[in-house]
Write a protein that binds this ligand. Structure first.
Ligand SMILES: [Zn+2]
Ligand SMILES: [Zn+2]
Length: 316
């Protein structure tokens, strides 16, 4: 799939969203009422999860791993089940936020033109989001199949109980490592004109993102900032499989809400989209909280709407 990009120094305009073309046939396929699309996809995903669930084999006590995959059949079924259930969660959470959003396509505050524009935007966010979901869930299942059994701590919580202290340690390590990974990979996507033009410009086509925008990214960005970021901490620190699965679900819901922008957006990710222009959205890089943005002085400053990262400032 070919992604259309634009020069980094161009000023973004309201018409920019329409410049982001999906593949022609995909656009044609998506050209139905957005409510129908969401309801239809949710039905298909729940059906897929329900049909595959009886064939998914669970591990006995979950202390070393959650799912048993001893054959290629198991591997394929788990891939299908994880994609259906995780994408269902993404669409359901984003759908509820969009339906209740005063700027959402169901809101009475919008005129016909604004409503149609919002629907077009969500179709594009959904198209990109589902591709990113396929990549993210495949990576997660491959991690469980090929990596998890060989980690140095694979039987760590089989031999000792998982106490409250271990859970709190898991929360702290996961939160710090994930947000550090997210901040620096996100910042690289802005600092490098190559990465901006080829990859991150796709996500910033959405200046007034809906909750569906969480995964409306270039596939490579979805992989690096999603699934890879999720498992980085688990390489060197013992995580209970249930806790790790819960953190993945929490991160997804948090990021969906951050794009809706009304609740829980601690580091004002919505402003990261709506303020600034082009690569000059170079503030509020962190996802969970503003820790690294405070340390590196890259918090958005309302009083001076200008680039905050020196290296980009010098190139503009
Ligand atoms: Zn960005
Ligand atoms: Zn975003």
């Amino acid at each position: 799939m070919k992604w259309r990009t634009r020069a980094c120094h161009e000023v973004q305009t309201d018409g920019e969203l329409d410049d982001l073309k999906l593949h022609d046939s995909l656009s044609l396929m998506l050209d139905v009422h957005i409510g129908t699309w969401i309801a239809g996809l949710l039905s298909l995903l729940s059906l897929g999860a329900a049909i595959s669930w009886p064939y998914v084999k669970l591990n006995g006590n979950f202390s070393s791993h959650l799912l048993e995959m001893k054959s290629t059949n198991d591997y394929i079924i788990v891939n299908f089940f994880v994609f259906c259930s995780y994408t269902f969660q993404y669409m359901m959470t984003a759908g509820i936020l969009e339906y209740t959003n005063p700027k959402g396509f169901a809101s009475k505050n919008l005129n016909d033109e604004e409503r149609n524009r919002r629907k077009r935007q969500i179709r594009k966010e959904l198209g990109l989001g589902i591709v990113a979901m396929i990549i993210n869930t495949t990576y997660a299942v491959n991690w469980m199949y090929f990596v998890e059994p060989y980690l140095w701590y694979s039987d760590f919580f089989v031999k000792r109980s998982y106490s409250l202290m271990w859970f709190l340690l898991n929360v702290i390590v996961y939160g710090l490592v994930f947000d550090t990974w997210f901040y620096w990979t996100h910042r690289a996507l802005h600092e490098s004109s190559y990465l901006w033009d080829k990859i991150h410009v796709v996500h910033h086509a959405f200046k007034a993102p809906s909750a569906f925008c969480q995964d409306a990214v270039h596939p490579l960005e979805g992989l690096v900032q999603g699934a890879m970021g999720h498992y980085v901490a688990a390489i060197f620190f013992p995580f209970h499989p249930i806790a790790l699965a819960f953190f993945g679900l929490f991160t997804s819901c948090y990021a969906i809400a951050a794009h809706d922008g009304r609740i829980g957006d601690l580091n004002h990710h919505y402003a990261h989209h709506s303020k600034g222009k082009g690569r000059l959205h170079n503030f509020n890089y962190g996802l969970y909280w503003p820790l690294w943005d405070w340390i590196c002085n890259t918090r958005y400053n309302d009083r001076k709407d200008e680039p905050v990262t020196k290296s980009i400032k010098n190139q503009e």
